[in-house]
Design a binder for this molecule. Sequence first.
Ligand code: AKG
Ligand code: FE2
Length: 287
Amino acid sequence: MRVDALNGNFGNVVSDLDIPTIVDDELRELLTCLYANRFLVLKTSGLSKDEYRNFARRIGDPIPLSRDADFPEIAHISNMETSTTKSRLGAAHWHTDQSFRKTVSSVTMLYSAQAPVTGGETKFCDMAAAYDALPESKKLEIEDLVVEHRHGISVSAPKGDHKPLPPAGWDPEYTVFHPLVRRHPETGQKSLYAVTGTAQGIRGMPQHEATALLKTLSAHVLQSQYTTSYRHQKHDIVMWDNPTVMHSATPINQATGQHDARLLWRISLRGSPPLFRVEQQADAQTA
Ligand SMILES: O=C(O)CCC(=O)C(=O)O
Ligand SMILES: [Fe+2]
């Protein structure tokens, strides 16, 4: 497999890798690269939904996202046919996938079945680099804080963010709590987690103070040196590490033809990759 840095602040592009026949050692190398670089673009020569889902299942447990009886794990993100303004703008805000649920997501991947010639980029923010850059005093101050998450416009949403689109039938009052600073489940690296998107408050802190702190952190992580963007190309898989990355879609118009059509197959995973669990078990046995 060949790995090159992308233009931009972070992220790598991986080529010369055959996804349907990938072996465990290659997958382990790929995930190590993902955790170190936050997001990866995998160049493919075209995948079927089955091949794509099989690849995803080796990395974690796909979360059911769609009503498609054959592929409930694959959600379509599209500006074609039945798309509405709400659905096209629904992810055009800085967020962390699944941060409004108790069980957070490990990896999200988007396979590009159709890519527009221009536009349709996904933006990314490196929350681990942004955490590392905080002054020690700030790190100490926020170390044990717990953030209240609820679907809806976050109290720390930056200007220009669009309204999130909730899953069908979602209870708008449903609230969960996640630590503000999390250790990565595989690497142990500390990172800020989901400071905007669904963040609505901080446990035990007056609302005006919590809002101010979340806004400050959100402005900190979204500085240009921690953000980058990628324009999808047909047959790419873009995958990112949700614990250390926030992302945002960019607004896109309804497609008028092939040249501006965008169709992404989205899979979000929870749980840690089974092949890392095997390695950890082996380590434990020899310790
Ligand atoms: O469409 C995009 O660029 C990103 C989509 C997204 O954030 C999501 O589906 O969670
Ligand atoms: Fe997302």
